[in-house]
Design a protein around this ligand. Structure first.
Ligand code: HEC
Length: 96
């Protein structure tokens, strides 16, 4: 699966759509975090590394997280793009 996705595509999507809330390092320390409750996920925390499976992340990005600022992306991004950005987060930010 990882072979078919392009980390550069994932990074571009992350910088364009996700960075404002999650931060360029994925640690969630952003201006937006000050006003969001719950705050954006800190992908670099050990807790996140444990609880966020690839499957769960793809689902959360596709469908969003109800009652939070994490919106569903299924109408803006293709399944391939969602997969690419999740792989980018996992490999480059969570360093799994
Ligand atoms: C408007 C701010 C905002 C933007 C933009 C945003 N997120 Fe989030 N994200 C959040 C918040 C807030 C949470 C925490 C939700 C929660 O606690 O359930 C979150 C949680 C997540 C999670 C973890 C969900 C889980 O299952 O716990 C993932 C993965 C994620 N975001 C990926 C992304 C990706 C990929 C993008 C860009 C396509 C993105 N986010 C854009 C605010 C944002």
């Amino acid at each position: 699966m990882a072979l078919s996705v392009d980390l550069e595509t994932g990074r571009d999507i992350f910088y364009k759509h996700c960075k404002a809330c999650h931060g360029d390092k994925g640690d969630g320390k952003t201006f937006a975090a000050n006003v969001l409750n719950p705050p954006p996920k800190n992908f670099t925390a050990e807790k996140s590394k444990k609880e966020l499976t690839e499957k769960r992340m793809i689902h959360s990005v596709t469908k969003g997280r109800k009652g939070t600022a994490m919106m569903p992306w299924e109408s803006n991004l293709t399944q391939e793009e969602i997969q690419a950005v999740v792989i980018y987060i996992r490999q480059k930010l969570m360093q799994l």
